[in-house]
Design a protein around this ligand. Structure first.
Ligand code: HEM
Length: 511
């Protein structure tokens, strides 16, 4: 009894000391912050009230609940409705500023871009899988990666449509012509898996065809998906990622790396033979620009080649497919929009589908943008503050005064609330109306591909490819009809946001 009482007293004493230490250091930090903010001419940020003020677990739990209920953006939406366009929250003990303010986003992504980075968060969460590359690095190393990638995307964008057609043709062959239902989401995923593996590795997964020699690329895709789930869990847990074991995940990463290393060895050999014999050895793809081939030409460092490939395959994996299927989700629900888009497509007759011709289809692009406004596959972007920086808004009683951010603080830029803001898009912001994009100039009010120097390098390639798919479908079919009892978009997230119920539609062939 005596022993137990002493033990309890010691435990209580230790707990009190730790709490006092925590409170004291928090108090000193907060006082220093207030002093620095005042000196910088900033107001105190609008703060979210937390049930758990230490780690902010209440918000974490709420986000998990939202994800399970198919409305993963609900927490950000409600937070911003309640507190204004920028609010300071607590994410695992770190100050995280959630914002939908375009001026703050422009500051983070353009005017003060050197004061923000991906590396502190992305490298810690993703490095064992993705390695050091364009997604995980900042500064000079990021610039080197980006300079390697930019020209490949720029050249591929205008020259690969005939190779892309092979995959699109196969996808269209899978669509029933007797009015029966088809889920277009998995089909679009196959289409873009086939084309992206071909563009990135020079080997198509050929998931839409019966080719038998593509089993390695298909296995890669499956293993990659499994590893992404592990990486997403780490992301959600932040600095508490140690709570989940890594052994299985690391084995999974190693398997993916082995497959990609095999592709690299093969390409290095191919290019060596080519330079020795001065003759072109047969390539396994009709694509003119393959990322792997271009990277092998620039460096002999196989590890860095693998890292770059991983850093591109990760964002390429599902995004374009999800956007294409989300467009079909909307078109099946808005037949007038489909008819108007089809009218534009039919007006070009049998002209060859070139990059320039596709770019001239203004209404079709407006349909793509309007879907991106509702359902951007990447719903937001996270950056870590690297040096003290002032954001123009988020402070004071109305959140309209500047705020001071300090190194280690995070900014969570939430695109969908920005893209749905009635102050920007008008009273009909919640209506699906592509016309609003006709003649609209590019601005920080609409950034589904991000903005500034870290803007998605594949933006133009993606828009061209998706426009191509829509044109082919509009020529082939006169209508697309919804076959899903649920009208709403119920979502599911593993990095990208897709429709949980798929995209169940039926096509009516053109006569
Ligand atoms: C609809 C399709 C796509 C959307 C909406 C999209 C959107 C984005 C966004 C929002 C970012 C910024 C991420 C951040 O920093 O937080 C990004 C970056 C990136 N995207 Fe895309 N993306 C798409 C397709 C693709 C494809 C198909 C590829 C490759 C083939 C790709 C390659 C990249 C790369 C390499 C980056 C990193 C850029 C950097 O940090 O410098 N994306 N994308």
């Amino acid at each position: 009894m005596f022993f137990n009482t002493t033990l309890w007293q010691s435990l209580l004493g230790a707990l009190t000391s730790v709490s006092c230490y925590y409170l004291l250091s928090w108090g000193i930090k907060e006082l220093r912050y207030r002093h620095a903010a005042r000196k910088a001419g900033c107001a105190l940020p609008v703060k979210c009230w937390h049930k758990d003020p230490i780690l902010g677990l209440d918000l974490f739990v709420q986000r998990i609940k939202d994800m399970n209920s198919g409305d993963s953006l609900a927490t950000d939406r409600l937070l911003l409705e309640k507190y204004g366009k920028t609010v300071q929250t607590n994410s695992w003990g770190i100050k995280q500023y959630v914002t939908m303010d375009p001026a703050n986003m422009q500051t983070v992504l353009a005017t003060q871009v050197d004061k923000f980075g991906n590396e502190p968060k992305n490298r810690a969460m993703c490095a064992p899988f993705l390695g050091d590359g364009v997604i995980t690095l900042d500064g000079h190393a990021w610039k080197t990666s980006r300079q390697l990638l930019n020209p490949v995307f720029a050249r591929a964008q205008v020259s690969e449509l005939s190779s892309f057609e092979v995959h699109v043709g196969r996808m269209i062959d899978h669509i029933p012509r007797d009015g029966s239902m088809i889920d277009m989401q998995p089909l679009c995923k196959m289409l873009f898996l086939d084309s992206s593996t071909e563009f990135i590795f020079g080997k198509s997964a050929n998931s839409l065809s019966s080719e038998t020699d593509s089993s390695v690329a298909r296995r890669l895709s499956k293993l990659f998906d499994e590893a992404l789930v592990g990486m997403f869990t780490r992301y959600m847990l932040g600095s508490f990622k140690f709570l989940v074991g890594t052994k299985k995940w690391l084995n999974n990463c190693a398997e993916v790396h082995n497959i990609i290393d095999g592709f690299i060895d093969e390409e290095v050999e191919r290019q060596k033979t080519k330079s020795l014999t001065n003759s072109a050895t047969e390539s396994s793809t009709p694509y003119k620009y393959v990322l792997l081939k271009e990277l092998v030409k620039t460096t002999e460092d196989k590890r860095s080649i693998r890292n770059e490939l991983m850093n591109v395959f990760f964002p390429a994996r599902d995004t374009a497919a999800i956007l294409t299927s989300s467009i079909l989700f909307m078109l099946a629900r808005y037949p007038d929009v489909w008819n108007k888009m089809r009218e534009e497509v039919l007006s070009i007759g049998d002209q060859k589908l070139t990059f320039e011709l596709l770019k001239s289809l203004k209404y079709t692009h407006a349909v793509i943008n309007e879907t991106l406004r509702f359902h951007a596959p990447a719903g937001g972007s996270w950056k870590t503050c690297l040096a003290p920086c002032i954001l123009p808004y988020g402070g004071g009683a109305a959140g309209r005064e500047p705020i001071l951010l300090q190194p280690g603080d995070e900014v969570r830029m939430s695109f969908t609330p920005l893209h749905m803001d009635p102050e920007i898009w008008g009273e009909d912001a919640l209506e699906f109306r592509p016309e609003r994009f006709l003649g609209l100039k590019q601005s920080w009010n609409f950034i589904p591909f991000l903005g500034g120097r870290r803007i998605c390098p594949a933006q133009q390639n993606v828009l061209t490819d998706i426009c191509y798919v829509l044109v082919r479908l509009a020529k082939e079919f006169q209508a697309v009809e919804n076959r899903d009892e649920c009208f709403e978009y119920v979502d599911r997230i593993v990095f990208t946001r897709e429709s949980k119920n798929g995209v169940k539609v039926a096509f009516v062939p053109a006569v």
